[in-house]
Design a protein around this ligand. Structure first.
Ligand SMILES: [Zn+2]
Ligand SMILES: [Zn+2]
Length: 235
């Protein structure tokens, strides 16, 4: 497959200490959006599809950070457009891969179907997971900061949505809540219905989405989630 041509969108700050460093418009057309948190440690939320790790690293450096501080990569789910860069980041920086235990299984076994690698005409290398998220709302603490990993199954059994509160704003990272809901991904419609309701209940101020970028107001976030609930006939 020929690599998609990245455009000129440069990495940018979304909110204090929170950046976009990768995505379809920024690093590779096959990448889901990649977000960076600078909370004493550097933490990535998702890692792109795997072909653009060098560009993601370059973007982190452009923002003035040293990739050697990259301690964790939180994966919102096991699909390659979000998790494909994780094996290389882990081997280069020793970053811990954090993912819900149900989506850890396809990563560790290198399941090409469940990781959607077959959609991208490639395979997924069996990849060890360092932190298995288990509870409905696991919290990763960095100093005073709390990063909450909410289990939001639906698109995949181990999908999570990440949120945190900073400067009076609630920032939500919710990837692929738009679906698709497919048997081969282990999708579950009733789970999806409950999960999207949970996301609405969070009343987030900013949504950092997985493919379409940033929704910057409470109203826009709500409308985005509701639009998919209407699409699937539950709102
Ligand atoms: Zn997905
Ligand atoms: Zn995706």
């Amino acid at each position: 497959m020929s690599p998609s041509r990245p455009t000129q969108v440069r990495p940018f700050e979304i909110h204090r200490g929170i950046y976009m460093v990768g995505g379809p418009e920024m690093t590779d057309g096959r990448d889901g959006c990649v977000y960076l948190l600078d909370f004493k440690e550097l933490i990535l939320i998702d890692s792109g599809a795997g072909w653009s790790v060098d560009q993601i690293e370059e973007n982190i450096r452009l923002l003035g950070f040293n990739c050697s501080r990259l301690t964790k990569v939180i994966l919102t789910h096991c699909h390659i457009d979000h998790a494909g860069g994780a094996p290389l980041l882990r081997s280069r920086y020793g970053s811990q891969l954090c993912i819900h235990e149900l989506d850890a299984i396809p990563l560790e076994s290198g399941d090409s179907k469940r990781t959607a690698a077959t959609w991208y005409q490639t395979t997924f290398p069996p990849t060890p997971v360092d932190v298995r998220l288990r509870s409905p709302d696991d919290t990763i603490r960095i100093g005073n900061e709390k990063i909450i990993c909410l289990h939001t199954p639906g698109h995949t059994p181990g999908s999570i949505s990440v949120y945190l509160d900073r400067d009076g704003k609630r920032i939500l990272f919710a990837q692929d809540l738009h679906g698709p809901l497919l048997k081969e991904f282990g999708s579950d419609f009733d789970d999806w219905d409950q999960s999207t309701q949970k996301l609405l209940d969070l009343q987030a101020d900013i949504l950092c989405e997985g493919h379409f970028g940033i929704y910057g107001s409470k109203r826009e976030v709500k409308e985005y989630i509701l639009s998919y609930r209407r699409h699937y006939g539950v709102a």
